[in-house]
Design a protein around this ligand. Structure first.
Ligand SMILES: [Fe+2]
Length: 300
């Protein structure tokens, strides 16, 4: 059973889908001091829930599911001792390789919230893996929906998001980093992140926090930008509602945009609409910004 804490931040609190807060399992928090400092930063900036997603890579950081669940339980106890009211769920950020489906069937991987439905996966940063489509397909055959972590930070996806949008068309989901939306990871990642939003190929926002200083948790700055571009409903979908949908077994919803409705965006836009089966949130952002981004990436 997934360890839980007590959530009292209210329905408006953010749910951070991607963090490296559990200490000493990967390159994230070092010791409980850093872990709790990060938790305090998250709680004080409006986050109500955290997915605890240490890296997993065969031959590298590779905590077992049991280790992650036990660490999450210990984290919950320390949160309670400090009076920090955050809800947490265990998971992993799994480096996508051809071995991932086999590792999953061998019980080496932890799905998000240990629910057996969604797996957070990370693409290589430098090159598009030729096995990506096959591995996504194999995971889906096993009943798992891949959630692709921060693709905007992956060079080939940022240079040409169409292959990523094609994965979304086939049912994959996408988590953007909050820092990408605000420019923390450079202009290319920022443009790609907003493009993915504009074409309906983004479903979650997470902090991908690694420490309490230069990679700290907190979604407030990104939330302000998202609210400005999408309005409260669209921002809430990415910052909270879709995580709640995932946790409760409801369908994760795509953003819809005027451009998507007009069919002018790359394939993911259409896929997003089909997958969600609903209208999702309407983008009400600065039309010029959206047009500029779409103009940069949309194929003729
Ligand atoms: Fe990460």
């Amino acid at each position: 059973m997934a360890p839980t804490g007590e959530m009292t931040a209210g329905a408006g609190g953010f749910i951070d889908l991607h963090t490296h807060i559990l200490p000493d399992l990967d390159d994230g928090a070092r010791g409980w001091g850093e872990a709790l400092a990060m938790a305090e930063l998250a709680a004080s900036s409006g986050t109500a829930g955290l997915f605890l997603t240490p890296h997993w890579l065969e031959g590298g950081y590779a905590p077992s599911p049991q280790e992650v669940i036990e660490a999450a339980g210990a984290f919950c106890e320390r949160l309670s001792q400090r009076g920090l009211q955050l809800k947490v769920w265990p998971g992993m950020e799994v480096y996508l390789s051809p071995e991932v489906p086999r590792a999953l069937s061998a019980g080496k991987l932890l799905t998000l919230a240990d629910a057996g439905t969604h797996l957070l996966v990370e693409l290589p940063f430098a090159a598009w893996p030729p096995y990506a489509e096959q591995v996504v397909f194999e995971l889906q055959l096993a009943g798992i929906t891949p959630v692709i972590a921060h693709p905007e930070r992956c060079q080939p996806a940022a240079a040409d998001p169409r292959r990523l949008c094609a994965l979304v068309e086939r049912g994959a989901l996408v988590q953007l980093n909050a820092g990408s939306l605000t420019g923390r990871f450079g202009r290319r990642a920022q443009d790609c992140a907003w493009h993915l939003i504009s074409c309906g190929c983004a479903h979650f926002v997470g902090s991908d926090a690694h420490n309490p200083s230069d990679r700290a948790p907190g979604l407030l700055e990104a939330a302000r930008a998202l609210r400005g571009a999408l309005g409260d409903e669209g921002a809430g979908l990415l910052l909270r509602q879709n995580a709640e949908n995932l946790l409760s077994g409801r369908p994760v919803q795509p953003l819809t945009t005027e451009k998507t409705a007009a069919g002018g965006a790359p394939g993911g836009a259409q896929g997003g609409s089909r997958r969600g089966g609903g209208s999702g949130a309407q983008m009400r952002g600065p039309a010029g910004l959206v047009r500029r981004l779409l103009g940069r990436f949309t194929s003729a």
